[in-house]
Design a protein around this ligand. Structure first.
Ligand SMILES: Nc1ncnc2c1ncn2[C@@H]1O[C@H](COP(=O)(O)OP(=O)(O)O)[C@@H](O)[C@H]1O
Ligand SMILES: [Mg+2]
Length: 488
């Protein structure tokens, strides 16, 4: 692996090595990344980098058998040289003798300047050397590292003009070797769309292993979302902050938003559109899977998903219907688990890395704990109400155009006016059933099809009038309207 792709030396690791820590355990799933880091460190300190692992022994070879860890540690202790020695998976070979030999070497080198780096995928430090060992957790490769990997790959393979930043963001969360495997799949497929979908597929499979998270590769654009102008403006204004390369700008980037409101009005659609407008990969956390038990106790499943998301940043995390599992009466079995999950979530929202945008939706926000909507957790809480006159018109237009019809041929003004109280999903349903009935009669879509279809639909604002009114009253004082106009 070419070291030039890694621009940044890991701060923590560098700090320990430069201040002369003689024994460091690096927890990392990515040996290749660690190798690059150690090469850079060794070069910057003018030290030699030696490696040991059980099959090859010590390299450079010292002319003696060094597969046995005790032999190796003794050999190092007798050596005049003071290299940086990287011992891979030594924890798999610990015995009383190995630990003793390691401690002896540590005490000698602490005075005289050699360095031992141990590594493994999980933290494995025996009690006897706890105090002597510094622990470093090496995260997955950063976006800038991946971007250089992508750049180099595109150059080497003459693939030129693909969007490196988007490709790199798609690879975020993978180890260096996983990222390079994924890139290798691009191969001859040079169109931007194909390249992205290859990477997306690799990524989707990886995420599936987490169980509670789903990677959503294909997302609609903002143009497919009708109305909600306030919300759209807010989102578009913040794009630059999230995508900035500058740390200070990124630090003030939004942490997240909560969309609440009447169902079928475009909350889920809006979140998909955010990911496409910001060109950030989208992941959905399924609360149902958190509570299913298939991924361990709910709290653990939730915490694991949050941790996984940290290595995916920059990205959008979509938590759909976050109030799921809360019972309206307030005291179901799972409520205590849920309140612990919420407590964890609120702390995590404060601490999670910049560039990870959390977009949550809730239909019954009044069930959520008050801290959830307090300022500072989410940057904004939006209320997505039933669409206004102009918005309904736009939604009709979008759904006709999406299905290949010219919206200017229909008097949508009249139509929007006669569908007061409808949500977007109902408008879509009306368009679909009008098109279906025209097709069945083997003729072009006419306004009368839309009128007939309209008669078949009873909007939820009628069937669930009480509940809709309740949500509205609640939201009126507590959330910012997503739409610009007041008038229905
Ligand atoms: N504002 C809108 N613009 C365009 N389509 C909409 C809008 N609101 C709802 N729809 C249509 O209804 C479907 C369901 O909406 P959804 O986003 O799932 O609603 P919610 O999450 O608020 O319950 C969407 O996929 C879309 O086709
Ligand atoms: Mg939804």
């Amino acid at each position: 692996m070419n070291t030039s792709v890694v621009e940044a030396i890991h701060q923590d690791l560098a700090a320990h090595l430069q201040t002369g820590r003689a024994l460091i355990f690096v927890q990392t799933p990515d040996e290749e990344y660690l190798e690059v880091q150690l090469k850079l460190m060794a070069a910057s300190m003018n030290a030699e980098l030696w490696t040991w692992q059980i099959n090859d022994g010590l390299i450079p070879n010292q002319g003696q058998p060094t597969q046995d860890p005790i032999d190796t540690l003794r050999l190092l202790q007798q050596s005049e040289q003071r290299p940086l020695v990287w011992m891979k998976d030594l924890h798999l070979h610990y015995s009383a003798q190995v630990i003793r030999a390691l401690r002896d070497l540590y005490f000698q080198w602490r005075q005289s300047g050699g360095m031992i780096v141990l590594s493994g995928p999980n933290v494995a430090i025996p009690d006897e050397i706890q105090r002597e060992t510094a622990l470093v957790q090496l995260e997955m490769p950063s976006l800038s590292v991946l971007q250089s990997v992508v750049n180099q790959y595109l150059e080497d393979h003459d693939l030129g003009h693909l969007p490196e930043r988007v490709l790199a963001a798609t690879l975020k969360g993978l180890t260096l070797s996983e990222a390079r495997h994924a890139l290798a799949r691009i191969g001859a497929h040079t169109s931007e769309h194909q390249a992205l979908s290859y990477l997306a597929e690799e990524k989707r499979q990886l995420i599936q292993k987490v169980g509670t998270l789903e990677y959503i590769p294909e997302v609609p654009t903002m143009d497919e979302l009708g109305g909600l102008e306030n919300l759209k403006e807010w989102l578009i204004a913040r794009k630059e902050l999230l995508l900035s390369d500058d740390d200070e700008t990124r630090a003030i980037a939004p942490k997240g938003m909560l969309l609440m409101g009447v169902s079928g009005c475009g909350k889920s659609l809006c979140i998909k559109a955010v990911s496409s407008a910001w060109q950030l990969p989208l992941y959905r956390m399924e609360m149902v899977n958190v509570f299913s038990g298939a991924n361990g106790p709910p709290e653990q499943a939730f915490a694991k998903a949050c941790k996984t998301m940290e290595s995916m940043a920059p990205a959008v995390l979509w938590i759909d219907e976050i109030e799921m599992g809360l019972s309206a009466e307030g005291s179901s079995q799972s409520d205590s688990a849920l309140s612990r999950i919420f407590a964890y979530f609120l702390t995590w929202m404060q601490e999670k890395p910049a560039g990870l945008f959390v977009a949550a939706t809730a239909n019954r926000i009044d069930l959520l704990p008050a801290e959830m909507i307090r300022k500072g957790r989410f940057d904004q809480v939006f209320f997505v109400d039933l669409p206004r006159m102009q918005e309904r018109k736009e939604i009709f237009r979008i759904h006709l155009a999406n299905r290949g019809f010219d919206p200017t041929l229909y008097d949508l003004e009249v139509f929007a006016d006669s569908t007061k109280g409808w949500n977007g999903a109902e408008i879509e349903q009306c368009v679909v059933s009008a098109i279906t009935s025209a097709r069945l009669q083997q003729r072009q879509l006419e306004l009368k099809d839309l009128y007939l279809a309209r008669k078949q639909i009873v909007p939820i604002s009628t069937t669930m009038e009480e509940q809709v009114r309740h949500i509205r009253n609640w939201a009126y004082e507590r959330a910012v309207p997503a739409s610009k106009t007041e008038e229905l």
